[in-house]
Design a protein around this ligand. Structure first.
Ligand code: ADP
Length: 466
């Protein structure tokens, strides 16, 4: 079987002539920064996605080797909502790269593995997350993948290359390259998000779904005509991209009130130790104990402007009053204690719990994002809105808030879409960047890519002009 390096050798003669003329044309465009950012790329490997499907979670590949230990304290990998593998039954070629998307909060890792202990052909894409401040664990895991390369995907040790995107691709570039002793190729974050999303929308059945309370997970068939759409990527912060085509996108907005906000504030306000506990708490909280509702102000609906009594008028709007009352009760108890010592009135209770706080903040952040997404979709006249990013995590209340809000404000004209691999758009995009051409059934990435690759590689070989 040809290795990536062999394929590269085969491609060179044919590429040389075109590259020669490209080199001429692009000479004046070369900047020092481009040269610095460019690494010579080995040849392409086609990923055959024909017949790809999401694996039943029960039969998903367990975390490889040491990885399970890495996650022992619950901070490395989620305890539930494990991300299902994607089986690629028709992909048989060697894959010698892994991809990481290193964000402000989480590292998302994607790698391919063959079905070593099975008679089935093909392999699967595996998904792992680590908290970004546990980068060392992630590097260890990548080392493990590097060492197991032959067994996992048929490539030789030393052939591995890491496709890296997200801010951490720059911040941790030296660390990863030095620890693994392999090439680390950095890819643009926004571009990877779009490539990853396009892949999921067009290639993977039972990946994209709509959400409503009555029909919680309604899968949408892979489609060819997907543009234009809006991607609302809810990570630590939020980015909103308008996408008009495979390589045509624009970041139209965002907000700093995102997943990191929820994670940070809930870690201050509740005893929850990790994000999943926070979501769990939110699941059984009652935000009405914390939020000021229309009904709290009006005693009823405000029908004239279409507000139900249960509509949130002010997130956390009841907290001050509750807190003041609790403080007053505590002062009174202290006074009573002074007057007749030993009389224990017991602890003063607030009228809300940590779960109520979690639910309220989840609603506040999600409603805010949903509202901004709606406004952006109005401005840009787009009706399909995809929500990505690890913030969503398949959490019902989050999806319901986003979906319901969008439907309500647009009077049913706009549709929110969610994904089962919502947190991995960037990582999958980076993974697929190693397939310049014709990798998919619908050739989603065909076009300029290979020429751009060539242009970059030859620029990299040129001596810096200035
Ligand atoms: P980034 O690339 O900025 O790290 P992500 O798309 O990975 O963004 O989303 C990060 C957000 O996802 C966190 O801020 C938090 O709200 C949420 N999240 C989901 N799962 C976890 C987890 N296991 N640990 C921490 N945060 C999580």
């Amino acid at each position: 079987m040809a290795s990536a390096a062999d394929i590269q050798q085969e491609q060179l003669p044919a590429a040389r002539a075109e590259a020669e003329s490209l080199r001429e044309r692009s000479r004046t465009m070369t900047s020092t920064e481009e040269i610095n950012n460019t690494i010579f790329r080995p040849g392409s490997v086609k990923i055959n996605v024909k017949g790809a499907f999401i694996v039943d979670p029960d039969t998903s590949t367990p975390a490889v080797g040491a990885a399970s230990n890495l996650h022992g304290n619950g901070r490395g990998s989620p305890t539930h909502h494990e991300t299902s593998d994607i089986r690629l039954p028709n992909h048989t070629a060697v894959v010698s790269h892994i991809a990481v998307d290193i964000g402000g909060s989480l590292i998302k890792l994607v790698y391919f593995s063959r079905e070593v202990h099975s008679t089935d052909s093909g392999g699967r894409l595996n998904f792992q997350i680590f908290e970004t401040d546990r980068i060392d664990d992630c590097v260890e895991f990548m080392k493990h993948l590097r060492d197991k390369q032959l067994e996992l995907n048929g490539s030789k040790p030393g052939e591995l290359c890491v496709m890296a995107t997200g801010g951490g691709a720059y911040k941790f570039y030296d660390k990863i390259r030095d620890a693994l002793g392999v090439d680390v190729l950095r890819e643009d974050e926004m571009e990877c998000l779009i490539i990853g999303l396009d892949f999921f929308i067009t290639e993977i059945p039972r990946e994209v779904f709509t959400y409503s309370e009555t029909d919680p997970m309604h899968f949408v068939s892979p489609r060819e005509r997907i543009y234009p759409y809006l991607l609302v990527n809810i990570g630590s912060g939020v980015s909103i991209l308008k996408v008009d085509g495979p390589r045509s996108y624009q970041r139209v907005g965002g907000t700093s009130l995102g997943g990191g906000t929820l994670w940070g504030l809930l870690s201050l306000l509740t005893g929850a130790r990790n994000f999943d506990d926070m979501l769990e708490q939110a699941g059984h909280g009652d935000n009405a104990n914390v939020d000021m509702l229309v009904g709290d102000i009006y005693g009823t609906d405000y029908g004239k402007i279409g507000l139900k009594s249960t509509t949130i008028a002010s997130s956390f709007g009841k907290v001050f009053r509750e807190k003041t009352m609790a403080d007053a009760a505590a002062d009174a108890a202290a006074e009573a204690e002074k007057r007749s010592p030993g009389h224990d009135a017991g602890p003063v209770k607030l009228g809300f719990t940590e779960s109520d706080i979690s639910r309220s903040l989840l609603y506040a952040v999600s409603n805010n994002i949903g509202q901004i997404a709606y406004l952006q979709s109005q401005i840009h006249n787009v009706s399909d809105i995809y929500f990505g990013g690890s913030f969503i995590r398949g959490h019902r209340q989050t999806m319901n808030t986003l979906s319901y809000g969008l439907k309500f404000w647009s009077k049913g004209q706009k549709q929110a879409y969610f994904l089962r691999h919502e947190g991995y758009l960037g990582a999958v995009g980076a993974f697929l960047k190693r397939q310049p051409k014709n990798w998919g059934r619908r050739n989603s990435l065909e076009g300029m890519e290979e020429i751009l690759e060539l242009r970059k590689s030859f620029k990299a070989k040129e001596p810096a002009a200035s």
